[in-house]
Design a protein around this ligand. Structure first.
Ligand code: IPD
Ligand code: CA
Ligand code: CA
Length: 269
């Protein structure tokens, strides 16, 4: 993507992300209409839909030839990543949004022909914006994030994962995962994939593992983590498919291989 074009897209996206954040904050204490989707714990609110509609109408007006992949149905049905594709999660961490009124994020990744060019993850209530442009580093607010610790010791790492890994499940042997939990320094569960990616980029988590994510959960995060030298694959070490669901393993590159070989390959059913 041409740098001038990218800068124009970046500036518009930045303005819309901040504006969307203001809209959410202005209505954070309003009564919520909550619906469920795939199961009783898969929540969606009118705010998720309103924010997605806000992005899609702005994008379609200013960039009519761009495509949109998004969670709540206002985007396009895509079977290719050709062209400029905005991948949007209007609220990532809806359960946190509903129950806690914090710890959720707006996530926007912008890809050109399948390559991540721009990423924004906005922790709305803390007013912390993570952003990145491919090849130009990642930022937390105006501060450039340093490259991830190249001397990281695996036993001193903190890994983000939720508790499903430790319960009987169809993808991995939970006993191997329990061993991983014992072998690292600690684990955390934040309830927003986007914020877990941002935490990996910031180096406050050293890795994040999850059994299944959609493209909008990870598109921005992958761009941001890449820019600090981290890497993102499936839990089998394979490339992420931006048009489908994936298991995800994003991590400080220093310990990616070790976790992959000593635990994930062992655990895989
Ligand atoms: C969810 C969150 C959650 C992750 C789920 C996602 P949503 O996104 O990122 O942390 O474990 O897999 O679906 O539904 O709140 O946008
Ligand atoms: Ca999400
Ligand atoms: Ca969402």
């Amino acid at each position: 993507m041409n740098t001038e074009v990218r800068e124009t897209i970046f500036q518009h996206a930045l303005e819309w992300v901040l504006e969307a954040g203001k809209m959410i904050k202005a209505h954070i204490n309003d009564p919520l209409t909550i619906d469920t989707k795939s199961n009783a714990n898969d929540l969606v609110t009118t705010m998720d839909r309103d924010i997605e509609a806000f992005f899609t109408s702005n994008i379609k007006q200013i960039f009519p030839d761009h495509f949109i992949l998004s969670e709540e149905g206002f985007g396009d049905q895509l079977d290719t990543m050709d062209g400029t594709v905005w991948i949007i999660d209007p609220i990532d961490g809806t359960m946190n949004f509903v129950h806690q009124k914090r710890n959720f994020a707006i996530s926007v990744g912008i890809y050109q022909d399948g390559i991540g060019e721009i990423g924004f993850i906005y922790n709305v209530m803390e007013d912390v914006l993570y952003s990145a442009k491919r090849g130009e580093g990642a930022y937390k607010g105006n501060k450039k994030l340093p490259a991830l610790n190249d001397n990281l010791n695996f036993h001193e790492s903190i890994i983000g994962l939720n508790h499903f890994w430790l319960c009987e499940n169809r993808l991995v042997d939970e006993r191997v995962m329990q061993q991983l939990v014992k072998d690292v320094r600690g684990t955390r569960t934040y309830g927003s994939a986007a914020l877990e990616f941002a935490s990996v980029a910031e180096g406050i988590l050293d890795g994040y593992l999850t059994l299944s994510l959609s493209p909008w959960d990870l598109a921005a995060g992958m761009v941001i983590v890449n820019e600090v030298g981290g890497m993102t694959t499936t839990i089998d070490g394979e490339k992420i498919n931006m048009l489908g669901n994936n298991s995800v393993f994003t991590c400080n590159s220093k310990i990616h291989q070790r976790i992959l070989e000593s635990y994930l390959q062992e655990a895989r059913k």
